[in-house]
Design a protein. Sequence first.
Lengths: 159, 162
Amino acid sequence: MYKKNAKWLVFGILTVIILAMMSGSLGKYTENLNTNVTLNIRKPAYTVRFHPNNGGTDNYTEQSFVYGTAQNLDANTFTNGTDSFLSWNTSADGSGTSYDDEEEVNNLSQADGAIIDLYAQWGEELYEAQVDGGQKYATVAQAMAAATANSRTAYSQVA
Amino acid sequence: MIIKKIIKNSDFALFLLVCLSIITLTHSLAASAKFQSTSNSTTGAKVAKWSVSIEPVTASNVLNIVTGSTAQDYIVKVKSLSEVSSAYSLIVSNVPNDVTVSLDDGTAQTPVNNTVTFSNAGSFSVGGGSNERQHKLTFNAPLSASATNAVVNIQANFTQKD
């Protein structure tokens, strides 16, 4: 008899507690409303501008880059009389940062829309690979590449 | 002695519980009925209207963000034509974890599980002040952030205050 009453008592108390809790929330408006916006997130893009720097018309060419993505510089297509192309440089007089032809570069600028000017550097060829009968190259890297391609490791400095 | 005997009486205990339940339920239903949503009631009874909204103010719903560059703002308008006071929070979800969000030029917050929550973003009082608020959400991606497209959800959670 007491056990039965105890069960009713517990049931009743729980009912009152639940109803009491509901009384605080019933009649209260709540509403969730939404709107959406699309975020298009991209890395900064910049342009490398190649200047012939050969005393003629500055008919530069351009190459696009994205920050964080390594890419090879375009191969040089300019000429300057009998001089050979040596390298690119951020200064026309060669006093800036130098880059080899087709060198892989990355993060030349963080600024979106920036333009990086590179000026062709001209002169006599400085290096030759000691493998192919006097073929000369503008840079050590190019001479080494030619030597390596012929299973050699040597190159010599011409000037 | 008599009281003790009464309390021990199971019928009385049950009766007491039933009374308490009826009182509580009545109170609950009364509170509920007070705020049933009917905007054109002519009964004269106090019936409240509940009308809230959130909508974009910024014309385009696409923000172009360049990492490491200028942050982009998105403005939303929160409105209440309700006859009861309300408060709301703003929850911005599906935010890339490397993008920060700030509300009304406040401190930039980093998402937790792609969600930024601005609790107590604003409130409306009946009969006082404007019935709409504009909020500026500013999204900023550091240079190291990943390039991606994300549809961000801006949710306003309204709760009746009184």
